[in-house]
Design a protein around this ligand. Structure first.
Ligand code: NAP
Length: 425
């Protein structure tokens, strides 16, 4: 049907690309482009070998080296490859350059995480950031304003930008749209819970890009209540929840990007909170790294050259893509909704349970990359098939949730609806 250009070849991309290749009727051609071309070549070889072994129809796969920080390099690549859409699975730092290139070439854009500045000490960025902190009331380094600002330009170009089609944001946002469509007249409370019950056996490792992960969890928490943000200190709010197929876990309130878009797109919502589970050992390691300056994102001089501590730390930590064979246990991610239907108050809990070892057997990846890569493929598929396609910039909950929910069941992330959930105080 169409050609897709996928940028990035890390943990999430490797899952999404293999899932796209298994849907060769939609993704007839795939170009994998990243900073390190050898990773793209190795994945192409793996997919072609698998297809030859099973007799499955394989898409045409090409690979390329690209610097996704460079708009001209991206424009040249898109011009050469002529894809129908670009799936951005590089880092949030590259969102705007890739959106600029998509605009210039008039091709659709899809991603899984909102824009974040790489250099948070840059005075021009900082001025805008500090104004937003004052006006909006949350201090996270990432927010949707940068990408929502492209709305008119995407409308005028007649192209779609689909933002945040991972698991959270992504599946949790679609769960919200689905709950509203099928279970409620109005949703008042949303509690998003991301539980990773997996164990990789290392004293300390992150399940996805360490830089992005560590910045997320060392930042202030926040939640949306009665029309405004309430900010908390990092890890200030703790709850304990007994997760289906995982068991009881400590979870902490974090700021998370889907709160920002759901607050706009779920009419009448009064409170949205996001919780993520962490073990005590993970938190102690993180606090220690933070205290000694290893989470700093600004350059420091070391033996005559500049290094960024968090990037150096990334080089020391296990590559998230390598955790697959070692990780056992399950993830359980979902949302508890409370609202009204036909005048009566009710609550439901929609969630997915994903097994690390099953993911590894299927694609050679752990469940964190799997639970993000599968919805990235589904979002791209719906855009390419025209089911989620209209000019402008959209978050996933703005589209009809039904085809996405069906696809989750079909492509490896089945979900359940619990109509009598235990609530969180
Ligand atoms: N929504 C969700 O649920 C969710 C969950 C997890 C992750 N995410 C997002 O998913 C994305 C990918 O995460 P990941 O864990 O797969 O990260 P990763 O393993 O670090 O992969 C990132 C990939 O992007 C490539 N890349 C980085 N900078 C580049 C540049 N300037 N030009 C070209 N390629 C570049 C990297 O190249 P090298 O191979 O050379 O390093 C790597 O292949 C991130 O945006 C992350 O925030 C979303």
């Amino acid at each position: 049907m169409a050609k897709i250009l996928i940028i990035g070849c890390g943990g999430v991309a490797q899952v999404a690309i293999q899932k796209c290749a298994a849907c060769a009727e939609t993704f007839t051609e795939i170009c994998i482009a990243s900073r390190t071309k050898s990773k793209c070549d190795a994945l192409k070889e793996k997919i072609e070998k698998n297809c030859a072994g099973t007799g499955a129809k394989a898409p045409v796969i090409t690979t390329a080296c690209v610097n996704a920080d460079d708009v001209q390099d991206l424009i040249a690549l898109i011009g050469r490859e002529k894809p129908a859409a670009v799936l951005n699975l590089a880092l949030p730092y590259q969102d705007l350059t890739i959106m600029d290139a998509c605009l210039a070439c008039k091709v659709d854009y899809i991603d899984t995480a909102n824009y974040e500045a790489e250099d948070t000490e840059d005075p021009a960025w900082r001025a805008i950031y500090e104004k937003r902190c004052r006006e909006e009331g949350f201090t996270a380094y990432f927010d949707y304003s940068w990408q929502w600002a492209y709305r008119e330009r995407f409308e005028q170009a007649g192209i779609t930008a689909l933002l945040g089609t991972g698991f959270d944001p992504g599946v949790t946002s679609v769960f919200s749209a689905y709950a509203l469509k099928h279970y409620f007249d109005e949703i008042h409370y949303i509690d998003i819970m991301d539980c990773n019950g997996g164990d990789h056996g290392y004293p300390f490792a992150t399940n996805f890009n360490p830089e992005i992960n560590l910045r997320e969890v060392s930042a202030n928490g926040s939640y949306w209540e009665n029309g405004h943000w309430v900010e908390t200190k990092p890890m200030e709010i703790k709850r304990v929840y007994n997760f289906d197929q995982v068991g009881e876990k400590d979870m902490y309130l974090l700021h998370h990007e889907e709160i920002e878009s759901l607050a706009k797109n779920i009419p009448g919502v009064k409170r949205i909170r996001f919780f993520m589970t962490f073990g005590q050992s993970y938190l102690t390691h993180m606090k220690c790294l933070e205290n000694v300056g290893m989470l700093r994102t600004d350059p420091v001089m070391f033996e005559g050259r500049e290094i960024v501590p968090i990037q150096f730390l990334k080089a020391l930590l296990p590559d998230p893509a390598s955790l697959g064979p070692r990780t056992v246990g399950k993830t359980n991610i979902g949302c508890i909704f409370t609202g009204v239907k036909d005048g009566k108050e009710k609550s439901i809990y929609i969630y997915n349970v994903c097994d690390h070892q099953e993911c590894y057997k299927e694609l050679g990846s752990q469940a964190i990359s799997y639970t993000t890569g599968v919805p990235a493929m589904i979002g791209a598929k719906l855009v390419l098939e025209g089911k989620w396609k209209k000019p402008g910039v959209f978050n996933v909950e703005e589209f009809d949730p039904d085809p996405f929910m069906e696809a989750l069941n079909r492509y490896g992330l089945p979900w359940v609806v619990d109509e009598n959930p235990v609530l969180i105080d």
